[in-house]
Design a binder for this molecule. Sequence first.
Ligand SMILES: [Ca+2]
Ligand SMILES: [Ca+2]
Length: 338
Amino acid sequence: MPSSASPAAASILISLLALSCTVDDRAVAVTPAMPGHDASSGALPDDRDSGTGPAGAVSASCGAPCELPHASAACAGSACVIQSCIGPFSDANGQPEDGCETGDIPESGLGLWFMADRGVIAQGGLVSAWVDQSPNGLTATQPEVAARPGTLAQSDGLPMLSFDGSDDGLALPSGFAELDGAAFFALVVARPNPLCAGILHFSNGAGGDDIEFGRHQGGVLHYEVGAAQLDGTPEGFATDRRLLISVVQAGSASVAAAPGTVELRIDGVRDAVGFVALPAPVERHENYVGRNSYVRQPADCSVYFRGLIGEIVFYARGLDSAELARVETYLREKWQRL
Ligand SMILES: [Ca+2]
Ligand SMILES: [Ca+2]
């Protein structure tokens, strides 16, 4: 990818603008999460009135039990406020209306964090850029209109990105040289595809150095580093339903498992365990979301993922079991609603 400075700067600016709009939209959209319950539900705030002001004023202003997403909430003054966040979520934007809206996941080694409800730059319903919400702030881009994934609203209100399996995919900047193990999580809905396809892929093209998280022949979850690979249970990576898929490879500092040990998980349950050599420290220049670079294997690989992607979290290191649970809990709680 060319890396001229001004388009990148413009892209970041556009991203920030879009991000602020997204946050605003979300705040507006989520506010009705405090539905105006009927009078029968209005009894709750009474015992909270003592000490917070004139009796009756508080309950009248809140009007209904305070319920905020991922939060313990209470009526104070004229509004519901967050008392504390529940589970792996935080109130990063300081706005009580959307509750604890941000996933609270480990920061160390967080390399990519794509979510379909934030950082999506779309024109005409097609995604030209997807801004990574990790501290790296990378942007995955697609200049060709026909190869842009779409956005698809889901019945629970969250959008997902839709990849057509033909040519849709997004390119990431060069990098991804230093991986001490890896951890990959994705919230996806796969559509039927008998061939291999990538979801997140780092490589130097035909030259190799490839690291792939994907769905391969036989409906398996697949992790690959160069010639070493691990497949999950046949048809374990099922189609047409929301799945949380996880791949965690122990790094050199791991004490719980030998470095290189890989666990594949589907919906929080172990699907397979094996050994894959740790990635070599090589800068990688062909890096993708929604596809891989195996274009020379047309009999085996369709290259392009067919289905929906709601979120991707990637660490350039292995995670311990507590960290793994924290990320999976966040993703499952956010995306469980279908
Ligand atoms: Ca908030
Ligand atoms: Ca297309």
